[in-house]
Design a protein around this ligand. Structure first.
Ligand SMILES: CNc1nc2c(CC[C@H]3O[C@@H](OC)[C@H](O)[C@@H]3O)c3nc(N)[nH]c(=O)c3cc2[nH]1
Ligand SMILES: [Zn+2]
Length: 373
């Protein structure tokens, strides 16, 4: 066993028990200590972009086993505004979630959501996709907004390099991210139990990934994210990058793979040394009628379920499986009843947390977890 610890979170550092894994030497399970509680890793973080995990009460999210959820700088700065959230006691109070919160720095959403935008050395100038008003996101303003929100884990302001990108495009994009990371780090108000993560870029080019990691390690972040993946490159190419990129990062700090993913993606990434995940799949696809089960994905709208009097999973403890049938879920989703979105989301979040629990247990026992959920 390699005993390593996470530094910079509260004094009582806990150890990541990095169990060497016969088939995969890199999988590790551990605990991240923060001001708002512990995060058991490998961890799946439900996405709560606008200060709510859609169709879920926070206490319901808690019953699924989630230790941490995501918020989003871009959305919250536009509405209700970071200063307002700060005045109202911060995002934890505002949304009644007392456990850890991680907020993305907003760059990704600007590029994917806002119209008319301009990237300058200073930052990104854009028009709100809501009312067209003009905004600027920079390393300084993004870091300040995340402070006002009260984020437990703040993400550095980066540029998510699109896929595909030429080597030259990826190089200049990565270098911009390194300059922005330095400014983000300088703007971060360091407090015990709070952390800031750097985000490495470099697309699919290993020398750029290495340079990005070296630039960010110099800034001594509390954790590191691998950005610029799950942007259309496909699982094979993503795993090719993950075969080496996590190893470029400090072994004693959390590694977060942004925007990933389906269960098979998560398993493959954990086997390559990733500790934290976020993805809209369980929530968004739940609302669209897709349920993840041990029998595979169930498209509940399919007419074969309209008189199926059995639960999604007979041994699942979520309300959808305990109290309802596939026939009822089929009907609710077909007629677009709100309860349909709630129950499907609840089940999928429970499914993803159970997957993470099984992965953590298998690692702790030093067992291979090649099970494809
Ligand atoms: C889906 N694939 C993917 N998502 C990604 C996100 C957004 C995740 C954020 O986007 C939102 O979900 C759509 C959630 O709020 C989450 O925090 C990224 N964010 C940054 N800052 N940098 C990246 O390189 C990056 C890469 C991603 N790849
Ligand atoms: Zn269930």
């Amino acid at each position: 066993e390699k005993e390593v610890s996470i530094t910079k979170f509260p004094a009582d550092e806990r150890k990541i028990i990095a169990k060497a894994h016969d088939k995969y030497k890199k999988a590790r399970a551990g605990i991240i200590n923060t001001r708002h509680g512990q995060i058991h890793t490998p961890a799946f973080m439900p996405v709560g972009t606008k200060g709510t995990v859609k169709a879920m009460l926070p206490e319901s999210v808690q019953t699924t086993g989630a230790d941490i959820i995501l918020g989003n700088t871009y959305h919250l700065m536009l509405q209700p505004g970071a200063k307002r959230v700060f005045k109202l006691g911060g995002l934890h109070k505002f949304m009644n979630w007392s456990k850890p919160l991680l907020t993305d720095s907003g760059g990704f959403q600007v590029m994917s959501l806002s119209k008319l935008r301009k990237i300058t050395e200073e930052g990104v100038i854009f028009n709100s996709h809501i009312d067209g008003s003009k905004f600027m996101l920079s390393p300084e303003s993004s870091t300040e907004i995340q402070y006002l929100l009260g984020s437990t884990i703040t993400m550095a302001f980066d540029e998510c390099t699109p896929y595909p990108s030429t080597y030259e495009q990826a190089k200049s994009s990565m270098e911009l991210t390194s300059r922005w990371a330095k400014r983000s780090r300088k703007a971060f108000y360091s407090r015990d139990g709070y952390g800031q993560f750097g985000i490495i870029q470099g697309s699919i080019y290993n020398d750029l990934r290495l340079k990005s990691a070296l630039d960010l390690i110099e800034l001594d972040f509390e954790g590191y994210a691998i950005g610029g993946l799950a942007v259309g490159e496909g699982q094979e190419l993503m795993f090719k990058v993950l075969d080496y990129a996590p190893d470029l990062l400090p072994i004693n700090k959390p590694r977060y793979l942004m925007g990933v993913g389906k269960p098979a993606d998560i398993i493959g990434a954990v086997q390559r040394g990733i500790d934290m995940f976020d993805c809209v799949i369980p929530t968004r696809s739940g609302r669209n009628g897709q349920a993840f089960t041990k029998y595979g994905v169930v498209n509940i709208r399919n007419s074969k379920y309209k008189e199926d009097n059995t639960p999604l999973e007979e041994d699942c403890l979520c309300p959808a499986c305990k109290n309802y049938t596939k026939a009822y879920l089929h009907y609710l989703v077909k007629v677009k009843e709100i309860l349909g979105a709630m129950l499907m989301t609840w089940h999928n979040l429970m499914y993803f947390q159970k997957l993470m629990l099984r992965i953590r247990e298998y690692i702790a026992q030093g067992k291979d977890f090649d099970f494809i959920s």
